[in-house]
Ligand binder design. Structure first.
Ligand code: SAH
Length: 217
């Protein structure tokens, strides 16, 4: 049996994939040193968990490449106590990173089987305070008050206006917007009047499917 030194692999991932590509925020880098990514991939892919690439999850979905998760997280600028909403739980990895940063994490996944699996993975990795919901996250989390931070981890055809309205004043929304193959990662800040919009980079996510996303099929 091969035993892998995952802490050493994480350290290498942080150095070679994150720091070298410009991720600078100490707290973000520390979160990536702490979260056991190998517990969030399919067992057959465990040895590849810290490689510079996305990996397949069940239901045709993917856990994003570490750098993309780091870039989204750094742009979100999370402070302890922030109320954060993630749309697209997937493996649960991004939710764990947000929890490491001290956010009060709410995560929505449309596929029940993936949501269940993510709950189990997060429990096993010791993240027990994350709130889960199954449903269309483009509609936000209607019973909850507005959020300080919202991250959409699937590609939207256009700005999900409904989510912008679920942001607190000064709040930040990070979302990939584009066609079904290539998107641009965009950061919105809700501010007095119009707020701001910043383009971060090109990216490629699975489709955001829902009322303010792509139609199913
Ligand atoms: N953040 C994840 C990666 C997510 S992949 C991680 O860290 O592993 C994108 C996920 O978004 C998929 O699981 C997909 O099922 C989900 N998704 C797509 N449209 C959605 C919607 N409208 N609401 C909630 N989840 C959605």
């Amino acid at each position: 049996m091969i035993t892998l030194d995952y802490a050493a692999e994480r350290e290498r991932m942080v150095k070679d994939q994150l720091e070298s590509k410009g991720i600078r925020n100490r707290r973000v880098l520390d979160a990536f040193r702490s979260v056991p990514r190998h517990l969030f991939v399919n067992p057959a892919d465990e040895a590849a968990a810290y490689q510079d690439r996305p990996l397949a999850l069940s239901g045709g979905q993917t856990i994003s490449q570490p750098y993309m998760v780091a870039l989204m997280t750094e742009s979100l600028d999370v402070a302890p106590g922030h109320r954060a909403l993630e749309v697209g739980t997937g493996s649960g990895y991004q939710a764990a990173i947000l929890a490491e940063l001290g956010a009060v994490v709410h995560t929505v996944e449309r596929l029940p089987a993936l949501s269940d699996e993510a709950r189990r993975r997060l429990e096993r990795a010791g993240y027990r305070d994350i709130r889960h919901r199954v449903g269309d996250g483009t509609l936000g989390w209607p019973e909850e008050p507005a959020f300080d931070r919202i991250v959409v981890t699937a590609g939207a055809p256009d700005v999900p206006i409904g989510l912008l309205t679920r942001l607190e004043e000064g709040g930040v929304l990070v979302v990939p917007i584009g066609d079904d193959r290539v998107q641009e990662l965009v950061k919105f800040r809700r501010g007095d009047g119009r707020g701001s919009r910043e383009r971060l980079c090109r990216c490629s996510f699975v489709k955001l499917i829902g009322a303010e996303g792509w139609p199913e099929n």
